[in-house]
Design a protein around this ligand. Structure first.
Ligand SMILES: NC(=O)c1ccc[n+]([C@@H]2O[C@H](COP(=O)([O-])OP(=O)(O)OC[C@H]3O[C@@H](n4cnc5c(N)ncnc54)[C@H](O)[C@@H]3O)[C@@H](O)[C@H]2O)c1
Length: 481
């Protein structure tokens, strides 16, 4: 019976929460995960529920994919090499894991007749956030070293020279990946669009913003700014904040991201009319982008049917693909995050260092309007509640920290302490969806304080039940196949 949900990367930070949420909903779940040794210490399987089938395997392995897809109705594709870029030598690994891996998986899905896909994409496909100057919307060029050294952290208008005003980015923004990891995330989206077009499948492209929560990897400078601050605070040290701490981000809790995956899973099953603009170019309606917007970047009327109650919007026909920001819509700064974590742990307040990395984006925050209007999803975990809990929750130990720390302190070091200033963009931006606007040197010493992941389920209990009562216990009904 085809009623299994396959979660690739289901042993990871986000994937394991998707597995938990899907189980709470009563879905049959299978995990395909290679247990990358730079992500999972000792390559041990995660503590998954007994009735979740775990297959250790790589998505680049076609036979393994075929085996994992038996009886599968839909796939949540989370497996990827995530923000670990130290230098360009990582490019083949990123490309193989993320691009080739996705291609092999999609080919196996086509072969097996699996037509529903939820893809873990990322805000990094946008590059910088959205800005305007006195004349209107304008793209932000990379900041200059001279400006950064002078403490001028806000990007300047290329037209007026004045500091730009940041705005929330929506899915109509042009994509502009600025590093290898980001390029692979966009390639994943494009492959998914091609797959949908050629097979009649449906794909939801979830552009996660800054995900945080229990089970985040600890002890690695690449884990994300929340994990780095958390590691420092746990050690009784002040979190070290880059620039002036005013960098704006959208911090979204991992349990909300899991719920977004289930909402997107429902969407892939829905039948309904298709707005003309929601079909990728080449699917018979030239002129539309894979995210459903016109090539000029506008969002034509009718993309979100007016007057439709949230969650009941008509879905997509076969062949449809749609991008969604997974974000709270709330703007917070990196400095606020550091302060909240330090306060929750009762430790010293953050230290604003003024350091910078040349490739970091200054602001990227998101509109969550589309995902709310079309999927009926809204983040439920507030910043104070979520960060307060996260500050005390268990994290996932990694071995990557020790390795990465050794590399980062070497000639190729990207993010470690004294070498931070003037880091080339490709290295720094590789971590853009796990921003590390904090001095990474101290954080690489955090491995010793890592807790065992085995304690994570208990620690996540405070939020884990949040969705249990609100979701059905049946696999979402199929739409037209
Ligand atoms: N964490 C964030 O803030 C964030 C933001 C945006 C997007 N994302 C995306 O979300 C997804 C999950 O990220 P995460 O933070 O949970 O990362 P993670 O490293 O914790 O989990 C990824 C999992 O995928 C597995 N994996 C990696 N390559 C594989 C392969 N070739 N075959 C099979 N399994 C493989 C790893 O072993 C790991 O368990 C990724 O696609 C990532 O790009 C994450």
């Amino acid at each position: 019976m085809s009623d299994v949900l396959l979660v690739t990367g289901g042993a990871g930070f986000i994937g394991s929460r998707i597995v938990a949420a899907a189980r709470e909903r009563g879905l049959r779940v299978r995990v395909l995960d290679s247990l990358r040794d730079d992500v999972h210490p000792a390559s041990t399987p995660p503590p998954l529920p007994d009735d979740v089938e775990f297959i250790r395997g790589d998505v680049r392995d076609a036979e393994m994919c075929a085996r994992a897809l038996r009886g599968v109705r839909a796939v949540c594709h989370q497996a990827a090499k995530v923000g670990l870029g130290v230098d360009f030598a990582d490019a083949p690994d990123y490309t193989a894991s993320n691009v080739l891996g996705t291609a092999v998986l999609l080919a196996a899905m086509a072969d097996a007749g699996v037509e529903r896909l939820v893809l873990a994409s990322s805000m990094v496909v946008y590059g910088e956030g959205r800005y305007r100057d006195a004349l209107g919307p304008v793209a932000a060029a990379p900041r200059t070293i001279a400006d950064l050294e002078a403490g001028m952290f806000e990007p300047r208008s290329p037209r007026t020279g004045e500091p730009l005003q940041p705005e929330r980015i929506d899915e109509s923004a042009p994509t502009d990946p600025r590093n290898v990891y980001a390029a692979t995330k966009l390639a994943q989206e494009q492959l998914a669009a091609s797959w949908a077009r050629e097979t009649g499948g449906r794909a939801a492209l979830l552009r996660y913003h800054n995900v945080y929560g229990p089970g985040m990897p600890q002890g690695t400078p690449y884990a994300g700014v929340a994990a780095l601050f958390r590691t420092e605070a746990e050690a009784g040290r002040p979190p070290l904040v880059f620039e002036d701490g005013g960098q704006r981000r959208d911090f979204v809790h991992v349990d909300d991201v899991a719920a977004a995956n289930l909402a997107a899973l429902d969407w892939t099953a829905r039948d309904g009319t298709v707005p003309d603009t929601a079909v990728p170019e080449g699917a018979g309606r030239a002129g539309a982008m894979p995210d459903g917007t016109a090539r000029d970047g506008t969002v034509p009327e009718g993309t979100v049917p007016g007057g439709t109650a949230p969650g009941t919007t008509a879905g997509q026909d076969a062949g449809a693909v749609r991008a969604f920001n997974v974000a709270t819509g709330e703007v917070h700064t990196v400095g606020e995050l550091a302060a909240a974590i330090a306060a929750a742990r009762g430790g010293p307040p953050p230290v604003v260092t003024g350091r910078f990395r040349a490739g970091d984006v200054r602001h990227i925050t998101a509109s969550a309007d589309r995902i709310h209007a079309e999927l009926g999803w809204r983040a439920r975990v507030g910043f104070s509640e979520g960060v307060g809990e996260f500050a005390l929750a268990a994290m996932r130990p990694t071995v990557a920290g020790a390795r990465a720390g050794a590399r980062a302190n070497g000639p190729a070091g990207a993010a470690a302490g004294a070498q931070v200033r003037g880091v080339v963009g490709a290295r720094a931006e590789a971590q853009a969806d796990r921003p590390t606007e904090t001095a990474a040197g101290p954080s690489t010493r955090g491995v010793a304080g890592a807790r065992n992941l085995a304690g994570a389920p208990a620690d996540t209990g405070g939020l884990a039940g949040r969705y249990a009562a609100t979701t059905s216990n049946r696999f979402p009904a199929e739409g037209r196949r």
